[in-house]
Design a protein around this ligand. Structure first.
Ligand code: NIG
Ligand code: FE
Length: 403
């Protein structure tokens, strides 16, 4: 057991937890001034104002954090960080006027990264992923979801899911990794149709990986030109039979009713959602599927952003993630994405912090993270600032303080 005492502020998010991360008001941050926390390796045992510090814990190993702020650990619930090569030239082409989807149709995009990933060895991919994970951790992020999906053939996708499992084991418990299978990310040119690739590669491989019990979730790029609603239903049904939770990249370029389909299949989350209609937003509001918004991607693609307020006002559980990947968002800093999005999305600070802690945990199916309350996991991020509001105010500055 340990005690961390006398933080200037602890943002417990208790109010946000009570409201299931929905329709939050600024006060749902539930900030404790002059706060202290006691925890074991497994869970938080006590949190409160230091004036009420229980005498039974006075003898514990203690660190004092005067002038610092304690938050639930930051979570990046959507990354594609295992990839070979980079696409800096495509970004330059886009700045010069080319379009993301047109570049993809011309053989760039995800398929370019597929080639670079296939020509990299497992060790090269593992080593570059380790560097990326450490850099993400330096921003205060301790839980990271990693999607596979740049192998796009049976052997390489098998290798990538196993590589993510190796990363998970290497970094635990300091950094917690969630392994999402996303072989349904694009269709290699050698296949005539998405369903041929899905039936020939994705579904058989899912079966093999499920029997090895290394997957935390299954994802699919449900979008015109990628995977259809029929493909998505088929993959979701297969995952359900194997008891693996599902999620989708949905409604990014078109309102293809991806949010509705995700809700129908009780998906943990659906992500992007730039074009989701009223029916999709209402379905999300009435259910537990988390809407993961990716402001860095809209920003980097120069496209319109999701209408976050309509999700938030109707009571959807909203998370924000980086979407770190080599093409549509080469930014690995989820806090920066959230800081940047706040004034555009018009989010209050409780909505913003819940989006990268409590609701991001929910998007990963984690029930005991994202708030600092008794019984929750002792996963924290400490900032070198006396108040929480200085963190969003100083956007782009890394204020993380490691104890
Ligand atoms: O989430 N949308 C699909 N996948 C990624 C893009 C990947 C890429 O461009 O390499 C995304 O934005
Ligand atoms: Fe993505």
């Amino acid at each position: 057991m340990k005690a961390y005492r006398k933080f200037s502020q602890i943002a417990t998010l208790q109010g946000a937890l009570v409201k299931d991360g929905r329709k939050l008001k600024a006060e749902d941050l539930s900030i404790i001034e002059n706060g202290s926390v006691v925890f074991s390796n497994e869970k938080i045992l006590w949190v409160g104002n230091d004036n009420d510090f229980p005498s039974e814990y006075l003898g514990l190993s203690t660190i004092f954090f005067t002038g610092k702020t304690l938050c639930p650990e930051l979570i990046d619930c959507h990354t594609h960080l295992v990839f070979g090569g980079n696409r800096a030239n495509e970004y330059t082409m886009r700045l010069n006027g080319a379009d993301y989807e047109a570049i993809a149709r011309a053989g760039g995009g995800i398929l370019h990264t597929m080639n670079k990933t296939n020509s990299a060895t497992e060790e090269e991919l593992f080593n570059s992923a380790c560097i990326r994970i450490e850099r993400i951790h330096s921003y205060g992020v301790g839980t990271i979801e990693i999607k596979s999906g740049y192998g796009l053939n049976f052997e390489k996708e098998y290798q990538l899911s196993n590589l993510i499992d190796r990363l998970k084991k290497k970094f635990a418990p300091r950094i917690q990794i969630k392994n999402t299978f996303m072989a349904a990310h694009a269709i290699p040119k050698t296949y005539k149709s998405s369903s041929e690739y899905l039936d020939g590669i994705v579904i058989p491989l899912l079966g093999k990986l499920a029997s090895e019990k290394i997957l935390d979730a299954v994802d699919i790029f449900h979008e015109a030109g990628y995977f259809s609603s029929e493909d998505t239903e088929k993959l979701f049904s297969q995952a359900k039979k194997l008891s693996i939770p599902v999620k989708s990249h949905a409604d990014e370029f078109n309102d293809n009713k991806g949010a509705l389909l995700a809700v129908k299949h009780e998906a943990l989350s659906c992500e992007h959602l730039l074009r989701t209609g009223s029916d999709g937003i209402d379905a999300l509001a009435k259910n537990d599927t988390v809407a993961v918004l990716l402001p860095g991607t809209g920003f980097f693609l120069g496209k319109p952003q999701a209408n976050a307020r309509s999700f938030l006002d109707r009571g959807v559980k909203v998370a924000i993630a980086s979407d770190f990947n080599p093409g549509s968002c080469h930014c690995d800093n989820v806090l920066l994405a959230a800081q940047l999005a706040a004034p555009t999305y018009k989010m209050n600070l409780a909505e913003l912090w819940a989006a990268i802690t409590l609701n991001a945990a929910s998007a990963l199916g984690i029930q005991n993270q994202g708030a600092i309350i008794d019984g929750f996991a002792p996963r924290f991020t400490i900032f070198d600032t006396p108040t929480l509001d200085e963190i969003t105010y100083s956007w782009g500055r890394n204020l993380v303080f490691f104890s």
